[in-house]
Design a protein around this ligand. Structure first.
Ligand code: GLU
Length: 299
């Protein structure tokens, strides 16, 4: 792998303060990028306005700064990128790769079977909108062949989109573009070569590979980190207000993130965040990251 062509990113959604799980993702993608002398970009995924918590985006940036993260270039906000998502949607439309869908969630829940992530769309509007029904959302056609990729941490993965997920939404009933489309458009536009993120998104990766292929975008390298869960096995999430990290005490949280990522601990406690990063950078090895968390986190 050429060390000059690495471009990574951290892409938080401003749905709450930075919690330990997202700190782990930030630390891992930062160390992986910088240890390859790569760029590290920051993208605020504020596309889902209804789920956004006012002030969370600035709060996350402030926390990252206090923790000593240094990003390249300006922060990109997805809320300002709708023209690019619309252009991608039009490209897909010209290819006949998408179709309007009139189904409500309730109708899909009644007819569809469970897939790897929610209900598989039963295909009701695939050939045409039922008469006297109006389009609510836009879906992309999926196919039966299996989509295969090799994850740098989780190993070989494969999924048949048609069988496991179904035709998925790229524009929602509320008119917003879906995460799957926005992430693919932005990763390509920002020239991202390496994606390091939480394993909760590994099931989304084949959908993203499918959209990349349709839009003619390159596929980045993927690494999905073990997911930080609490003692009862629930994923830490900003919406659940799990363990926000304390801005006044960056070092204990950074060291805990490093341990969670299976990296060695410095023999002597670093005195400053700069010292921490220097140490962590020279010792980072992605092959030490476990596939699963070694133990649940204390609350
Ligand atoms: N915005 C997503 C999140 O905060 C991450 C998306 C990604 O890394 O692809 O969970």
């Amino acid at each position: 792998m050429s060390t000059t062509s690495y471009c990574g990113r951290f892409a938080p959604s401003p749905t709450g303060a930075l919690h330990f799980g997202s700190l782990v993702a930030a630390v891992a993608c930062y160390l992986d990028a910088r240890s390859h002398s790569g760029k590290w970009l920051l993208r605020m995924e504020d596309i889902d306005r209804p789920r956004e918590v006012p002030g969370a985006a600035d709060d996350i940036l402030h926390t990252l700064e206090t923790f000593g993260f240094e990003w390249d270039g300006p922060v990109i906000y997805q809320s300002q990128r709708t023209d690019a998502y619309q252009a991608a949607l039009e490209t897909l439309q010209q290819q006949g790769a998408i179709y309007p869908c009139a189904c409500s969630r309730k109708e899909i829940a009644q007819q569809g079977q469970s897939g790897v992530e929610g209900i598989i769309y039963p295909g009701t509007c695939r050939t045409a909108l039922p008469s006297e029904r109006e389009a609510r959302s836009i879906r992309v056609f999926t196919h039966n062949h299996s989509i295969h990729f090799i994850d740098r941490i989780q190993g070989e993965r494969e999924q048949s989109l048609a069988q496991d997920v179904g035709d998925f939404i790229i524009r929602r009933a509320d008119g917003l573009f879906a995460y799957q489309l926005a992430v693919v458009v932005d990763d390509a536009w920002q020239g991202i070569t390496h994606i390091v993120r939480g394993a909760d998104l590994i099931l989304s990766t084949p959908r993203q590979l499918h959209l990349q292929a349709l839009l003619g975008h390159p596929t980045p390298h993927y690494a999905h980190l073990p997911l930080a869960v609490d003692e009862v096995g629930n994923k830490l999430s900003k919406q659940a207000q799990s363990m926000p990290v304390d801005r006044k005490m960056p070092l204990p949280a950074l060291l805990a993130a490093l341990r969670f990522l299976g990296q060695p601990r410095p023999e002597e406690q670093p005195a400053t965040v700069d010292e921490f990063w220097q140490w962590a950078l020279t010792h980072w090895e992605i092959k030490r990251v476990p596939r699963q968390p070694a133990q649940p986190l204390p609350r």
